[in-house]
Design a binder for this molecule. Structure first.
Ligand SMILES: [Ca+2]
Ligand SMILES: [Ca+2]
Length: 193
């Protein structure tokens, strides 16, 4: 009786089976599922182009196009702005996570506020089937603003998460990458700036 559903909230995201270098001049494309640059050239009205071509996303609310780490970025108001990564539902993102042995997610984020909460401050949320499987990135505000990566690839697994050791700074660009090695029950968190 589960209806397939997907909600995605993010700053800027790459999903890949291998770690991709986010330098836009030379991204790793082998195994790359989706890449949303948030560059103005890749945004037409409310559509945010996936430059890998499978998952054009939809802007919800009224985020502003601003200068980013690489080219442009989207600035969200923290109230009702987000980008829905899979407006058609159940496409390549579902296939990439459902039953997979490992998946990597990467974002660049520059928060101007981090609320004092454990599970909010969502950067990326992929929930499939309510959620039977998915991946999330959030910034935990109660313990030094650490990035938390969580997920599972099938309903019979436990949802597991891990936190980075260094703080995400307000007003600065931070790179957050998580390798979710579902097959070996390991999560690797990388933080850089
Ligand atoms: Ca808004
Ligand atoms: Ca960009």
């Amino acid at each position: 009786m589960f209806s397939k559903s997907l909600t995605c909230v993010l700053a800027m995201v790459v999903i890949a089976f291998i770690c991709a270098n986010l330098s836009e001049a030379r991204i790793v494309q082998n195994g790359l599922i989706s890449y949303w640059t948030f560059n103005e050239a890749d945004i037409v009205n409310k559509t945010v182009k996936d430059i890998m071509g499978k998952n054009d996303a939809t802007i919800i609310g009224d985020p502003k196009i601003v200068k980013g780490k690489f080219g442009d970025a989207l600035e969200f108001d923290g109230v009702d702005d987000y980008v829905n990564l899979d407006p058609k539902g159940g496409g390549a993102l579902n296939d990439a996570i459902n039953g997979s042995s490992a998946v990597t997610v990467e974002v660049w984020v520059n928060p101007n506020a981090i609320s004092d909460t454990e599970y909010y401050n969502n950067v990326l949320t992929i929930w499939m089937n309510q959620p039977a499987w998915g991946v999330s990135i959030n910034i935990e505000g109660v313990d030094g603003n650490k990035a938390r990566i969580g997920g599972r690839s099938q309903e019979t697994d436990t949802w597991q998460d891990a936190k980075g050791t260094s703080a995400i700074q307000k007003g600065e660009w931070s790179y957050i990458a998580g390798i979710l090695d579902f097959a070996n029950d390991k999560i690797y968190v990388y933080i850089s700036s």
